[in-house]
Design a protein around this ligand. Structure first.
Ligand SMILES: Nc1nc2c(c(=O)[nH]1)N[C@H]1C(S)=C(S)[C@@H](COP(=O)(O)OP(=O)(O)OC[C@H]3O[C@@H](n4cnc5c(=O)[nH]c(N)nc54)[C@H](O)[C@@H]3O)O[C@H]1N2
Ligand SMILES: Nc1nc2c(c(=O)[nH]1)N[C@H]1C(S)=C(S)[C@@H](COP(=O)(O)OP(=O)(O)OC[C@H]3O[C@@H](n4cnc5c(=O)[nH]c(N)nc54)[C@H](O)[C@@H]3O)O[C@H]1N2
Ligand code: SF4
Ligand SMILES: [Mo]
Length: 675
């Protein structure tokens, strides 16, 4: 009998769609958006509409498997769960005995953004083993740190409120692909006479209808934002009354912006000084005005400082108060949730490893030459080979013969090829989950609504079993998902209320309402309730201080900036199995011409770290000097199996150790003909 159930999408996407899921005999046959999340509005992206292909496709992992060949050969044999988990337990135990707990590295990120599939029984296991700790910095670390320093842990403007804006600035964000439910609200604002500015090296779809597009060179947002700040003060358009009342660090920020004249910033960003002046006037004049700051801004050497400068703009021009005024970065702070109380294992101060430098850690290279070499890695909620920087170094790390590698995933990703033990995980809709949106301010809960195919098990089940097998259980350990869910809800301080709301509708909203406003419904969550434009803790984290600019890393040999942002076909690398072979590199016609390259040519994109072989696509939507490869491709999509990440340095951002995905500098030439 066909059934219809309510659920939600837990993928790493700001929209957090509420879903209507049709099943037959426990199998998902149709997925649609519903209206419980007010932003979903009854529609969803085509990736999740085609979810059955993902759940039941040939890449789905159905059974536990052990390596049955040489490392990396990708040959496996099916075994029982018991045999597989015994292998994992025995090897983890061996590593602890021979090398100590820190020789184990848990490697995970936001594969499922749900609250229950990470930091629950996994945290208990790794803490009790004394494993190394992972700094989860691959995304949003610099921007979160910047927001925290300036405003404290608060959400920004909700997507729904954009309809009220008279000026929308989309800065380093591409909502037509990376948050499609923002789009109807932007369109409505424009239809009501609102204006639009886009700051992006790409001519993204929104740039084509913008009143102004600043196609700056990647990594130059900081000088541009500082020039706008300088110009606002110089032209008397700063809101000095607001600043005097609500901000600290005003004079200091003004001083730091002083060197960045329009001309100087424009030269650095390779745009026109007049464009920055026009931006400043538009921003000063319009109200309500909002800046939607995206994650494209943080992914370079200046990322944290750039975000801090951009998020200062609504303060300096006094944009807070009216609905549709202010900024949006992440809205995750609308719900502060932690499962910590149910983990029941204290945090142990073991070695920390920045995930962006996992390759170095696995190879014992600087800054990880000290401490025990990593001998076991447990990978879950993550496809590191296709999503972390410096792919070739990471591959060499995973290829170490003595490294014991466990991969837990619903699908057979490229990372799985390097596993010693492969464990099939349940996927979205097959597991109980709790999730908060980071775009929409919503909390959602679901029971499993589909039957997992094969023998797939959920992360909490797998890790709980390992805790038991390793004899690490303690009396009174919470073991149920209910316990973790309740711990998370209680941590918000509104446990009973939220539980009741979720029980009734499957959804809950912030106590301040669905669309809270800064300085109306909430205040900055800093110690003194003010906006800190030059927070001391951020200053001390950066050599040279916050707002100090690092020049473009391009060299004569590698002059082109390679960017690799989100595309509509994947969520990071999730769904990458469905992207075809023959993915192209986008390049501006002039850059192709100077290299004698034509559309469709086989090319080699290369730098000192590696090379990608693929087809060339001439594109008018890029600025000169910038080339583009999609984020999250799998190895089958290029001619040599390497993707953009093979060209991305594992240098860290100025703040919070983030990834410099858009700091790759490369050159491109015709690929030699195959032998
Ligand atoms: N369809 C789809 N949706 C997604 C994702 C996905 O992979 N696919 N990923 C999800 C995740 S994990 C995240 S973090 C978000 C990311 O989504 P976004 O916040 O949109 O971030 P990005 O996709 O990294 O890049 C956004 C834009 O920044 C531009 N950009 C690159 N470098 C710079 C720069 O130096 N300065 C400026 N101003 N712009 C720059 C790029 O050209 C791009 O248009 O999207 C989420 N949603
Ligand atoms: N070149 C380039 N690379 C990038 C970026 C970029 O801009 N450019 N952006 C980065 C960003 S923003 C992010 S967030 C990272 C994301 O990088 P990852 O964290 O690696 O995210 P995904 O690629 O979605 O891979 C998540 C994996 O988790 C699995 N998974 C899903 N649900 C579950 C579950 O319940 N249990 C288990 N065990 N597994 C599950 C999925 O099948 C998938 O294989 O990628 C980064 N990589
Ligand atoms: S990936 Fe994003 S747009 Fe697609 S269904 Fe999930 S939340 Fe909605
Ligand atoms: Mo991300």
């Amino acid at each position: 009998m066909p059934k219809v159930a309510q659920s939600f999408c837990p993928l790493d996407c700001p929209d957090a769609c509420s879903l209507e899921v049709h099943t037959e005999g426990g199998r998902v046959v149709r997925v649609e958006g519903d209206h419980r999340n007010p932003v979903t509005g009854g529609f969803i992206c085509s990736k999740v509409r085609h979810l059955p292909r993902h759940l039941y496709g040939e890449h789905r992992l159905l059974h536990p498997q052990l390596r049955d060949g040489t490392k990396g050969e990708g040959k496996f044999r099916r075994v029982s769960w018991d045999e597989a988990l015994d292998q994992v337990a025995a090897n983890l135990q061996r590593v602890v005995q021979e090398h100590g707990g820190e020789a184990i590295l848990p490697l995970s990120y936001g594969g499922s953004n749900g609250v229950l599939s990470q930091d629950t029984t996994d945290a208990r296991l790794f803490r009790r083993l004394g494993a190394s700790r992972l700094d989860q910095t691959v995304c949003a670390a610099p921007s979160s740190r910047a927001v925290l320093g300036l405003y404290g842990r608060i959400p920004g403007v909700a997507p729904q409120d954009y309809v009220h804006s008279k000026l929308i600035v989309v800065w380093g964000s591409n909502p037509s692909v990376s948050g499609i439910h923002q789009m109807p609200f932007i369109r409505q604002a424009l239809a009501q006479g609102g204006q639009l500015v886009v700051v992006d090296p790409l001519e993204i779809p929104l740039a084509r209808q913008a009143d102004l597009h600043l196609p700056l060179r990647p990594g130059t947002d900081l000088p541009v934002a500082l020039a706008v700040i300088r110009q606002l003060f110089e032209t008397g358009q700063a809101d000095l009354d607001f600043l005097a009342q609500h901000a600290t660090g005003v004079d200091e920020l003004r001083r730091r912006a002083q060197p960045w004249t329009l001309e100087k910033a424009a030269a650095e960003a390779e745009i026109e000084a007049e464009q920055i002046a026009r931006f400043t006037d538009l921003w000063a004049a319009a109200s309500p005005a909002i800046v939607r700051c995206g994650y494209g801004v943080e992914r370079n050497r200046n990322g944290g400082s750039a975000i801090a400068a951009i998020l200062s703009l609504p303060a300096i021009a006094g944009k807070f108060g009216p609905r549709g005024g202010g900024y949006t970065m992440s809205n995750a702070a609308a719900f502060d949730l932690s499962t910590e109380a149910a983990v029941a294992a204290p945090i142990v101060a073991t070695r920390r490893i920045n995930m962006n430098q996992t390759g170095r850690a696995l190879l014992g290279e600087a800054p990880y030459e000290t401490g025990p070499p990593i001998q076991a890695v447990v990978i879950y909620n993550h496809n590191p080979l296709m999503t972390l920087p410096d792919q070739e170094r990471l591959r060499r790390g995973l290829a170490r013969e003595e490294l014991f590698t466990v991969v837990i995933d619903p699908v057979h990703t490229d990372t799985c090829q390097w596993a010693d033990v492969l464990l099939p995980a349940t996927a979205m809709l097959e597991q109980a989950e709790l999730q908060r949106g980071y775009g929409t301010m919503i909390l959602q809960v679901t029971d499993p609504v589909a039957t997992p195919p094969g023998e797939a098990r959920s992360n909490p089940e797998i890790f709980l079993d390992l805790v038991r097998r390793l004899g690490l259980e303690q009396p009174g350990d919470p073991t149920t998902l209910d316990a973790f869910r309740q711990a998370a809800l209680n941590s918000s301080g509104r446990g009973e209320e939220l539980a009741a709301e979720l029980a009734a509708e499957g959804t809950a909203f912030p106590s301040l309402g669905k669309t809270p406003r800064l300085f109306v419904d909430l205040q900055p969550a800093t110690a003194d309730g003010k906006i800190h434009l030059c927070p001391a803790d951020l200053d001390s984290e950066i050599a040279g201080g916050l707002h100090s600019y690092r020049a473009d890393p391009a060299t004569q040999h590698y002059p082109l900036a390679l960017i690799s942002p989100a595309t509509s076909r994947t969520i990071s690398s999730t769904f990458g199995q469905s992207v075809g072979a023959g993915q192209g590199l986008d390049m501006h016609p002039d850059d192709a011409k100077t290299r004698g390259l034509t559309h469709g040519a086989s090319v080699r994109v290369f730098n000192q770290l590696g090379e990608v072989r693929c087809a060339l696509q001439i594109s008018q939507h890029l600025r000169r000097g910038v080339v583009f490869l999609p984020k999250g491709l799998w190895s089958h999509s290029t001619a040599n199996g390497a993707t953009a990440n093979a060209l991305i340095p594992d240098r860290l951002t100025d703040l919070a150790g983030g990834a410099c995905f858009n700091d790759a500098r490369v050159d491109v030439e015709a690929a030699p003909a195959p032998d």
